[in-house]
Design a protein around this ligand. Structure first.
Ligand SMILES: Cc1cc2nc3c(=O)[nH]c(=O)nc-3n(C[C@H](O)[C@H](O)[C@H](O)COP(=O)(O)OP(=O)(O)OC[C@H]3O[C@@H](n4cnc5c(N)ncnc54)[C@H](O)[C@@H]3O)c2cc1C
Length: 391
């Protein structure tokens, strides 16, 4: 596996073990059928509990049966899952960073005890409802709202593009709490734990995707859905709730994208060595070597950025803007390099027999979700100049 500057040497025993466990799991259990899942547009749901048993959901958190592994180990896990398919990493990212993290960080003790063990083992599946049909890049304009009625809240609104909503047991729904004011601009955003079997909840699947096909995506429609007050995440208010979850998930994406690009590189390198044209392997042509050299360099610099993020995160010095830079850079890198790998594979490169074009299609989603490339550009622009250019 490509590790051009010897980062392996810096890993401790536990980090190597976690990486190797994930690599073995995908090689044995997922890779053999991944092309078929991609063509069928299905996720191997039978593996969800096994991924839990192996500790793939939020292992960087502590308590409630969670092992509190290093941020490097967590990153390596995301890298190995996405080296197989972005859909697999999305499953672990959503469950861990977008559902378990907010419950762990902002939930009541009862909420933590009720949900974290089941989500950690994969006995329960969660989803994260922020995006709305009319509000994607600007979620703070959300229309979904909650009104208080005695000791209950009544939720109305709709969310879309929600990973796992059709198979979820619990949805973390971000909504404006109108109890204090009818003016939506003033009403604080709060997180609500909404069991998906409650009256008024529907979760239609979005099936027409040409990207991230090994992932279940859907809507969440909320029509007069009643939840008890005890389902509100008590310890956060405002957009920092959902945004802090996104920082966790984007951290995993910055690592994961390197895995997808590495898988493309390894496939292209092997193919170039085996494929013969004009009397010898195509790897002997300078044109092909230039592509491989460029890919290896781009992957290595992205890997270094991911490792640096882990160090900063461990030290408590990671800023959301650091994560924006890495998400933006590493996903663009993987998007570009998957296309080059596809090119090296010639006609075979457009089939599901080889991973590059599947990764290439997946990267269109990864480039767009969790803050589009453009939005991360604006975040960096604001950080660098002090001037916000969103509007
Ligand atoms: C497969 C998939 C899974 C997803 N999973 C989830 C999930 O689990 N939970 C969830 O809440 N959401 C999820 N999303 C939603 C995702 O986060 C949004 O698609 C994303 O935030 C972009 O929103 P949008 O699609 O509405 O695009 P828009 O916001 O409409 O953007 C369209 C284009 O305009 C650009 N643009 C927008 N604003 C600006 C600006 N100020 N300046 C310059 N350009 C701008 C964008 O960069 C983009 O190119 C998922 C999306 C996909 C595709």
């Amino acid at each position: 596996m490509l590790d051009y500057v010897g980062l392996e040497g810096d890993l401790d025993r536990e980090e190597r073990m976690i990486r190797d466990t994930a690599r073995r799991f995908v090689d044995e259990q997922v890779r053999p059928d991944i092309g078929e899942h991609f063509e069928a547009g299905t996720f191997p749901t039978d593996l969800i509990p096994e991924m839990g048993d192996l500790g793939f959901y939020a292992p960087n958190l502590d308590g409630y049966g969670l092992p509190n592994v290093s941020e490097t180990a967590y990153g390596l896990l995301m890298q190995e899952l996405e080296a197989c398919d972005s859909g697999l990493r999305s499953m672990a990212s959503v469950q861990g960073a977008l559902v378990m993290y907010p419950i762990h960080a902002f939930g009541s003790e009862a909420q933590k005890e009720r949900w974290l063990p089941d989500l950690g083992t994969g006995e329960a599946v969660g989803c994260f409802g922020l995006t709305e049909p009319e509000h994607g890049s600007n979620p703070s304009a959300m229309e979904t709202h909650a009104e208080r009625d005695g000791d209950e809240y009544v939720l109305n609104g709709s969310k879309t593009w929600i990973t796992n909503s059709p198979i979820a047991d619990i949805a973390v729904v971000w909504a404006r709490d109108r109890s204090a004011t009818e003016d939506d601009d003033e009403a604080p955003v709060r997180g609500f734990l909404v069991e998906t079997d409650r009256d008024g909840v529907t979760t239609n699947e979005i099936k027409e995707k040409l990207s991230l096909r090994v992932s279940i995506t859907g809507e969440i429609s909320l029509q007069d859905v009643r939840v008890p007050e005890s389902n509100v995440l008590p310890n956060v208010e405002g957009m920092k709730g959902p945004l802090s979850c996104l920082t966790q998930a984007r951290y995993g994406i910055a690592w994961g994208a390197v895995g997808a690009a590495r898988d493309c590189f390894e496939t292209a390198r092997e193919y170039a060595s085996d494929r013969e044209q004009f009397g010898g392997p195509i790897a002997r042509f300078q044109l092909q070597q230039e592509k491989l050299a460029e890919m290896a360099t781009e992957i290595t610099t992205s890997q270094l950025l991911a490792h640096r993020l882990a160090e900063l995160k461990e030290r408590g010095e990671l800023r959301p803007q650091h994560v924006s830079m890495a998400k933006r850079n590493n996903v663009r890198m993987a998007r570009d390099q998957s296309r080059i790998a596809r090119e090296i594979l010639g006609g075979n490169g457009i089939t599901t027999d080889y991973p590059p074009m599947r990764h290439m299609a997946n990267m269109e989603t990864v480039y767009t979700y969790e803050g589009t490339h453009d939005v991360h550009t604006l975040i960096l622009g604001e950080d660098l100049t002090g001037i916000a250019a969103y509007e």
